[in-house]
Design a protein around this ligand. Sequence first.
Ligand SMILES: Cc1cc2nc3c(=O)[nH]c(=O)nc-3n(C[C@H](O)[C@H](O)[C@H](O)COP(=O)(O)OP(=O)(O)OC[C@H]3O[C@@H](n4cnc5c(N)ncnc54)[C@H](O)[C@@H]3O)c2cc1C
Length: 383
Amino acid sequence: MQVPGSTLLSPEHREFRVICRKFVDERVRPFVSEAEESRTFPPHLWRQLADAGLLGLGFPEGLGGSGGDVRSVAILSEELARASGGIAITPLVSSYMAAPHLVRFGTPAQQERYLRPVLAGEQVAAIAVSEPGAGSDVAGIALRAHADGDGYRLKGTKLFITNGGIADVVIVAAKTGDGDGHRSITTFIVEQGQAGFTVGRPLQKMGWHASDTRELIFDDCYVPGERVLGERGRGFYQIMTAFQAERVVLAAMAVGLADASLEAATIYARERTAFGRPISTLQAVRHAVARMKTQTEAARLLTYHAAALIDAGEDASEEVAMAKLFAAQAANEVVDQAVQVFGGAGYLEEVPVAMHYRDARALRIAGGTDEIQLEILSKRIGL
Ligand SMILES: Cc1cc2nc3c(=O)[nH]c(=O)nc-3n(C[C@H](O)[C@H](O)[C@H](O)COP(=O)(O)OP(=O)(O)OC[C@H]3O[C@@H](n4cnc5c(N)ncnc54)[C@H](O)[C@@H]3O)c2cc1C
């Protein structure tokens, strides 16, 4: 197998990619069409992902982790997304966007009760920050947590929550004070099915069809004090810290979607004939594919670079923002061009490039929009 971005990866990373690709080809790909049609993540995959050690990458072994680092998670993300963005995002949110909050800020008792089953594929996790009135503006959330005896009562609504309907454990950001949101947000662990917590119907999305996305409603939902996650009033900073690796995972998904579309367009261009010759001999098509390759590889290098910096324990805020911004935009251009190379066949819903086209769009929004990445960068540049 060709090894892209090799200068930023160790031999172990390259071996790990081979393992991931085999897993995805054998265990995931056969279920993609069914998952897209039924708009459901194949539930049997949880156990298989866990058994292969793919839900615990980068977590301490003592907590049920399976070794690896952020680059390993990026490789997994890329390989899963090559098959399906909707399938990919489901375990990626559970293990690599929600669970890290439990690792970083959870007490040993919380980790034992909530983290271990998630890494073992027995339970699913979600992270609920966005609301109908606040997405980019995390500090502007309105969901309140009022102190009540030893615990809190949550009141308000979350929106666009990935895994919302299938999660056993939801990490919920709520305001615990009246002041500036930066200093008055606290995160809580909420269990599915508890009183005062209801899940809305699945949101019908443009893409990520196999992913479950919901509105979550909290109506005086009582959460005992031992389920406060981290420090009271520090939730905003906890969320911002977790965004670093989360955005690398999303950038890597973009690389995977782009790479799969590039590969499909290359094969199609060789096979498809027009005016008596393969379209791959037409310069317009050849150059389009060559540009797709360049965009994909540039996105990959930025993504691995950001991941490698996090792995080295360095501040990667700028690199993460650039990777998320560039990879998401590059993926959207690459999938669009892939559909163009396919012509009419690219417009059929069941064709993989059409699915990648649908799936790529979310990556410019979820986990921080393009504009938010540009804002982060502008500030870092000193503007
Ligand atoms: C498929 C999907 C899955 C998601 N999963 C989750 C999840 O699991 N958990 C979760 O909490 N959230 C989730 N989200 C929500 C996602 O994080 C938000 O949609 C995103 O952060 C944008 O927020 P918004 O939709 O409220 O848009 P807004 O914040 O209202 O933004 C609207 C527009 O204004 C622009 N804008 C806003 N502020 C600025 C600014 N300061 N400078 C320049 N432009 C700005 C934005 O870039 C955007 O173009 C998901 C979203 C999608 C689409």
